[in-house]
Ligand binder design. Sequence first.
Ligand SMILES: [Fe+2]
Ligand SMILES: [Fe+2]
Length: 195
Amino acid sequence: MRKAVRILRDEHRSISAVLQCLQQLTRLAQDPAIKPDFAVFRATIHYIDAFPERLHHPKEDNYLFARLLRRSDATRPLIERLMAEHVAGARLLWELERAVLAFEQAWPRGAQDFAAAVDAYADFHWNHMRLEEQELLPLAEAALIEEDWEAIEAAFAGNQDPIADLRGQDFDRLFTRIVSIAPAPFGLGEAWRRS
Ligand SMILES: [Fe+2]
Ligand SMILES: [Fe+2]
């Protein structure tokens, strides 16, 4: 497998892990007797803003998608759809950021609206990643030439994904923070207690 493809898939796995954690904690917070630690939600949503939104999607747009469009005009409809999804994702993230603030202010009310915003972002992102992995990557592997892969690899290898390579020295502060404050069994923080 191409190094760039491996990096991209690893990044998708990292994003999935954080989204799954966020969804599970959101389920837990549906019980009005359990007061969530909102710092955990804020840290998780900050990760989504910092990593998929500001780093991962722009690198796909500017390197992978741009190079593939140059080599294969037949990929244009798919690439335009994926680029439009990146824009839609930014809007869903903005709604998620608003929803967590509203939930914190209104708690214990607002749990359902928050869960709807979390699910909307998570469902969107899973479908988006699936489309990239199942449809876009095979087309890229068929159409791109060596020079393209070198440019894409250089761009993707520069990503500092907080958790893509757990063996690396950069076990990033952002993910470490999520793990250290998320309640057991998701992380090392105190369990959220029933009042
Ligand atoms: Fe994407
Ligand atoms: Fe992606």
